[in-house]
Ligand binder design. Structure first.
Ligand code: GCU
Length: 679
């Protein structure tokens, strides 16, 4: 059934006859140069691929017995590789691989060679991908390696299987039936991640429950860790800072208290006894009411280092989140992370990474990059993207997020050097760091197709690709995903691609154009809610848009909160001028009069109306384009997406009407004639 369960690993029959024979030969003579659990995984995957491509099993041979496809590590294949080639492969690092033809004794062999079995696995998945996309070519070689060390999914899954901000059913972790019952889905999950190079997963919600650190839960976690290991996936857990009180019977969780330190040391030792390659902890502390070191007058570094000390002997790490703000403080939330973390630069242990959310506010449809990138030199910084679409239509809207991530990754920070970019900081090249991280808040649940909306799969896919190489482009990633998901028909591909590539800008247009942000319905964040008012110190008046009869927007220049002052001076000076700042960020940083002139010649009011209207038109065009795909793709997925696109059109109209009619009560101006009038 085309229900989406197989994700991008749906190995369809090969349609190119000549390539077919060549590749089929490879599958009929497979030789492994060694034995280990990861090779067992590769064997199984070869079985699935061969069945799918050719409808028969692969044949495993001996070396001197027509073995056409060679699989092994660099060291295992030493005698077949020249010295220069060995050096080249070695330089790719532990997880890198090379694949290409080796001529040996008058025969040629196609070899997939990793520096480690996991590297080999990555090479095999890439080999399959080349077959699926019709780009396999035995005469050209390919080598690749990840640019970021930790490529990680963060599940916001609770122990009762609800998922915070999850829109695809319940958590796939069945804690109740673990450790005894092993859901086959865990393996498919591991395969999907490994195929993208995702090598770490945090299983539990950042709003953490201390119970997951109990022995009985660790036994369950161990089962998952054992399953994931041959796929190269390391397991992390979220640690609740107050666990020493809640489960250790201590009176304090003060990170400098000897008993507290001891509690964590014992807990960590216990975990490593069960899971020797346990990754470490992800921690949300002193944010949104979560416990943390501030309760004891200690800072983030003292809190993080206490855990890092317990983990260090086991090579574990602490991923400490920079998403810190208190809704009780009357300070621009945009500034809080820098205020708390900049003074601590250089104070964190080497095995601590500060995980910085994409956007100082909160995963908005479009945010300027977080000002912590570039503000600290002596601190490991990782990126946190949100794959689940909390603020982007949840599971009813098709929004391909890769262009948004790409925009952020490519952003120039001007620090530490004039050419630095966010990508350069998180891959460590700009800052000379080895411990690097890109995390994505997962959009996965028990829904048959994993992500609720079929196109949510593309976001999981794109996240994995960008975590591997943050310099890739969204269009290439989308093209590849479409081929793997819908096949290679050019018409189908180009139509789907055009929808995907426009979808993020469209959502920004009908939700939060020109730098508007956080005007979603209160707490659920679904649909418009610009009228939300007060009740929290950090909201001051009217949420974040601050509309009044004069104009609209949040003044973050020197005359306002001066969050802009936290960026490099190149940015701060340019963006503090409403005529120079990129218009997409105008209302993020400026309170602007309704009659302010935009670059298009329109007034701000007309421009806002125009963008909302454009957003609706785009959503309608997606639905129209999709309808022309009927018959070109299977009815099952056609219907699934078609129904959702219809909902998306309604939601876009809802956003436009709600926001424009509401903002009109301040602007007191008519809608321009050239847009559809909101009602
Ligand atoms: C957002 C989200 C919360 C989440 C928080 C976080 O505010 O709405 O559900 O807990 O981010 O990232 O910690």
């Amino acid at each position: 059934a085309k229900d989406g369960y197989k994700l991008w690993l749906d190995y369809q029959p090969i349609d190119n006859a000549s390539l077919n024979t060549e590749i089929e030969e490879l599958f009929k003579g497979v030789y492994f140069f060694g034995k280990n659990p990861t090779y067992e995984v590769i064997k199984k995957e070869l079985g699935l691929a061969s069945k799918g491509f050719f409808n028969h099993n692969p044949e495993f041979k001996n070396l001197n017995q027509n073995a056409h496809l060679w699989i092994g590590t660099r060291t295992e294949l030493t005698q077949y590789l020249g010295l220069e080639q060995q050096a080249k492969i070695k330089a790719l690092g532990d997880e890198g691989y090379w694949r290409g033809t080796i001529n040996q004794g008058g025969e040629s062999h196609y070899a997939i060679v990793g520096n480690s079995p996991i590297g080999t696995l990555y090479g095999v998945f890439d080999f399959f991908r080349s077959i699926q996309t019709g780009t396999f070519d035995s005469s050209s070689e390919k080598s690749d390696s990840p640019k970021i060390k930790l490529r990680m999914l963060n599940h916001w899954d609770n122990l009762d299987r609800t998922v915070e901000r999850g829109y695809a059913g319940f958590s796939i972790w069945d804690w109740h039936k673990l450790p005894g019952y092993v859901d086959p889905r865990y393996i498919d999950y591991a395969r999907a991640n490994a195929s993208l190079g995702i090598n770490a997963v945090s299983l539990t919600n950042v709003n953490a429950n201390a119970w997951v650190l109990r022995e009985d839960f660790i036994e369950k976690v161990k089962v998952l860790a054992d399953l994931f290991r041959p796929y190269g996936i390391q397991v992390f857990l979220t640690a609740r800072f107050s666990a020493p009180i809640e489960m250790g019977n201590l009176e304090t969780a003060d990170p400098l208290d000897a008993e507290v330190k001891n509690f964590w040391k014992e807990r960590v030792d216990m975990i490593y006894k069960e899971i020797p390659d346990f990754g470490g902890f992800v921690v949300k502390a002193n944010s949104e009411g979560q416990p943390g070191p501030h309760e004891y007058g200690r800072n983030h570094a003292e809190g993080a280092n206490m855990l890092a000390e317990a983990l260090a002997p086991h090579s574990g790490i602490v991923i400490w989140r920079a998403f810190v703000y208190s809704h009780e403080i009357d300070e621009d939330r945009h500034k809080q992370a820098n205020l708390e973390f900049e003074p601590l630069d250089g104070k964190f242990m080497d095995n601590v990474i500060i995980q910085v959310k994409n956007g100082a506010i909160d995963f908005q449809p479009r945010e300027p990059f977080h000002p912590l990138f570039g503000a600290v030199d002596e601190t490991n910084l990782g990126m946190e993207f949100q794959i689940t679409q909390e603020y982007l239509g949840q599971a009813t809207q098709l929004v391909y997020l890769s262009p948004m991530w790409e925009e952020v990754l490519q952003s120039k920070t001007f620090r530490p050097s004039p050419n630095s970019t966010v990508a350069g900081i998180i891959d460590g090249s700009a800052t000379n760091k080895k411990l690097t991280l890109m995390a994505g808040v997962s959009n996965i649940g028990t829904d048959r197709n994993w992500t609720g909306h079929l196109f949510g799969q593309a976001n999981w896919y794109a996240f994995g690709k960008l975590a591997w190489d943050p310099y890739q482009n969204s269009s290439d990633i989308a093209n590849e995903w479409i081929s793997l998901t819908f096949g290679k028909d050019p018409e189908t591909k180009s139509k789907i691609l055009s929808i995907m590539l426009q979808s993020h800008e469209a959502a920004v247009n009908y939700m939060t154009p020109l730098g508007l942000h956080h005007i979603m319905g209160r707490s659920h964040h679904y649909g418009p809610g610009p009228w939300v008012e007060g009740g929290r110190a950090d909201w001051t008046s009217l949420y974040y848009h601050r509309a009044n009869t004069e104009g609209i927007g949040f003044d973050r220049t020197a005359t306002g909160s001066n969050a802009l002052g936290q960026y490099a001076s190149e940015i701060a000076s340019e963006w503090s001028d409403p005529n120079l700042i990129p218009e997409k960020f105008l209302l993020w940083f400026h309170h602007v009069p309704w009659d302010f002139q935009l670059k298009s010649g329109k007034t701000l009011w007309e421009g806002i109306a125009f963008h909302y209207d454009q957003g609706v038109k785009s959503a309608r065009s997606f639905h129209q384009t999709w309808q022309t795909l009927e018959g070109l793709i299977d009815q099952e997925r056609f219907n699934h997406v078609n129904q959702l696109l219809k909902i998306q059109v309604k939601e876009a109209e809802w956003w436009r009407n709600a926001c424009l009619l509401f903002f009109q009560t301040f602007s007191n101006r008519p809608f321009p004639d050239d847009i559809e009038q909101p009602t």
